[in-house]
Design a protein around this ligand. Structure first.
Ligand code: HEC
Ligand code: HEC
Ligand code: HEC
Ligand code: HEC
Length: 258
């Protein structure tokens, strides 16, 4: 962490804190955020279509209707041996909207799944991809197409849609285990996908103090990390779902370009 930047931020936080003391009404209004379209019955969650993958194995995750036998997904024409991962019961209790602290309003959660999880499961598989283009299909219809290539030095700053997976403490190339963020009751842990609540799911590894420095922001308003980051993988640096300007513009009219 750059010390000078840190000091500037602490100063800024003091000013923001001070200003808040004087007037509670100074906070910018929170605009209505339009929810994404309702998902179709079958939705490929990962990898995103158009992404360039650079690490194996790649996780293919598809949201679809529950069934004893998996729907006939194919990877490059070959049957894809997916596993069935049901949601833990706790998901049913998740509200579709989250309250904003100290705030005026509520923000819709980004995930359309939360409104549409009944009777659905995740069909998932980790698979090694060869170099080149790949396509996942169901009954001849394309669910997603993406490609694989060997990683190279430029990947960390390239603006190409390289898929960046959330690294693990031991290795950047390994994705975290689902259970490191998704907490299921002990009785369901081994067999189902528990819920991931932010920021608690991130707290064990990312400290709030560090986060406020990195974001140059009071974290209270940024506590729903998935507003801006895809927790699993994204094709932008820092796992961002969109440009910095766009994500900041969710609440600040001008956005904050850099
Ligand atoms: C770094 C923490 C983290 C890890 C690791 C993680 N998840 Fe998640 N996951 C989250 C968070 C946070 C959400 C809620 C996101 C939202 O509401 O948009 C979520 C939501 C989901 C959803 C529903 C959201 C959607 O996109 O529609 C599915 C399905 C899911 N995770 C599956 C998995 C699986 C399977 C794994 C392991 C391969 C995994 N996750 C690993 C944090 C994580
Ligand atoms: C088990 C520990 C652990 C958990 C839990 C965890 N992280 Fe991380 N996170 C890390 C580590 C270690 C890194 C640095 C790894 C790397 O270089 O990619 C990291 C990096 C990141 C990055 C930067 C990635 C980049 O490309 O620079 C983001 C964004 C991030 N985490 C968000 C989250 C969010 C959001 C959650 C909760 C939903 C979360 N993390 C949960 C350990 C964790
Ligand atoms: C308003 C959007 C937004 C929200 C909400 C948000 N972030 Fe970020 N985050 C960003 C942006 C933008 C960056 C890139 C920082 C930059 O541009 O300087 C970033 C960077 C990061 C990094 C990389 C730090 C590094 O050293 O490079 C981590 C880790 C991270 N965020 C974790 C989180 C966690 C955990 C949460 C939830 C508690 C969260 N973020 C909430 C926008 C957000
Ligand atoms: C969820 C809504 C939300 C998002 C998204 C958000 N902010 Fe803020 N921001 C606020 C609120 C509310 C305040 C006022 C905080 C206070 O007074 O305590 C604030 C204050 C600020 C301030 C202090 C000065 C000012 O303009 O009022 C800066 C700078 C700032 N935000 C930058 C950013 C940046 C950069 C991003 C994107 C990484 C971002 N914000 C994303 C809600 C948000």
């Amino acid at each position: 962490m750059n010390v000078e930047r840190g000091l500037v931020l602490i100063l800024a936080l003091c000013i923001v804190g001070g200003a808040r003391g004087e007037s509670q009404t100074a906070a910018p209004p929170v605009p209505e955020i339009t929810s994404p379209e309702r998902p179709t019955a079958i939705r490929l969650l990962y990898p995103p279509s158009g992404a360039v993958l650079t690490s194996n194995p790649a996780v293919v995750m598809i949201l679809g209707p529950d069934a004893a036998d998996p729907p006939g997904f194919r990877l490059d024409g070959e049957p894809l041996a997916v596993e069935r991962i049901p949601f833990a019961e706790a998901w049913k209790a998740v509200p579709a909207k989250i309250p904003l602290p100290a705030g005026s309003d509520t923000l819709p959660l980004r995930s359309p799944l939360l409104e549409d999880k009944d009777g659905k499961v995740i069909w998932a598989v980790a698979t090694d991809l060869s170099d080149g283009d790949h396509v996942v299909t169901l009954d001849g219809a394309t669910l997603a197409s993406f490609s694989f290539r060997q990683p190279d030095e430029a990947d960390s700053d390239t603006t190409e849609p390289v898929l960046r997976v959330h690294g693990s403490p031991s290795s950047r190339a390994d994705a975290l285990d689902c259970a490191q963020c998704h907490d299921a009751p002990a009785s369901e842990k081994a067999t189902s996908l528990g819920i991931a609540v932010t920021p608690q799911a991130c707290d064990s590894c990312h400290e709030e103090v560090d986060l406020s420095l990195v974001h140059e922001h009071v974290m209270e308003f940024l506590s729903k990390c998935q507003m801006c980051h895809d927790p699993h993988a994204a094709t932008r640096p820092k796992l961002l779902i969109d440009t910095r300007e766009t994500v900041c513009a969710m609440c600040h009219e001008s956005g904050y370009a850099r």
